[in-house]
Ligand binder design. Structure first.
Ligand code: AMP
Length: 213
């Protein structure tokens, strides 16, 4: 299984990537999670990424391409991989093609998560994540058992800086400008599958599982 999850921020890519990774035992490469972890640890990568992420802008291509290249070349990825949040620009997509050719593999499917923008804003601004283990929750759609507390590790649930409404609108604008062109990039190569993602988490998951293998 070699999948790219494409779609606007808040379309549910992260949630579905985690479920797919658990069900099929395939590693998930989430550039957003990797960058957030680096930020939390205060590494050089994290410091570089912080101002871009907090303002809803994309981190420079060379930074994220380097991260993904290293992960894809790891032996953990021999069985397959799920790319969540990468590529996000044409340059990243072209770099990915070069990396995959270099390691003699290719993309299986690109799943394009389709959702309505106003619903995205509601969805993202209700998101909370655990500051310790990064598990994801939602104040309407995926509530923790106890408000503000992570079910998995008991950590505190927080709202990401870039999940505030104003930043979400900026992220959607960046998505339209920089990432949306990838839809035609992949559909021209017959790799794209549309996912109706304005639905319950389990329904979307069932839909994806019915054709990814
Ligand atoms: P995400 O969790 O995937 O929505 O990513 C959160 C933020 O991380 C984005 O708004 C960007 O600032 C940064 N980021 C994640 N993936 C990428 C990428 N492929 N290219 C550039 N920036 C990224």
């Amino acid at each position: 299984m070699r999948l790219i999850l494409l779609g606007a921020p808040g379309a549910g890519k992260g949630t579905q990537a985690k479920k797919l990774s658990e069900k099929y035992g395939i590693p998930r490469i989430s550039t957003g999670d990797i960058l957030r972890e680096a930020m939390q640890k205060g590494t050089a990568l994290g410091l570089k990424a912080k101002s871009y992420m907090d303002s809803g802008q994309l981190v420079p291509d060379d930074v994220v391409i380097g991260i993904v290249e290293e992960k894809l070349k790891d032996k953990e990825c021999i069985k397959g991989w799920i790319l969540d949040g990468f590529p996000r620009t044409l340059q990243q997509a072209q770099a990915l093609d070069r990396i995959l050719t270099g390691i003699r593999t290719s993309i299986g499917h690109v799943l394009n998560f389709e959702v309505n923008e106003e619903k995205i804003i509601k969805r993202i601004s209700g998101r909370r994540s655990c500051e310790s283990c990064q598990s994801a929750y939602h104040i309407y759609f995926n509530r923790p058992q106890k408000d503000g507390v992570c079910d998995s590790c008991g950590g505190r649930l927080i709202q990401r800086n870039d999940d505030k409404e104003e930043t979400v609108r900026e992220r959607l604008k960046v998505y339209q400008e920089k990432t949306q062109p990838l839809v035609s990039y992949y559909s021209e190569r017959s790799l794209l599958k549309k996912i109706e993602a304005d639905d319950d988490i389990e329904n979307v998951f069932t839909r994806i599982c019915s054709f990814v293998l």
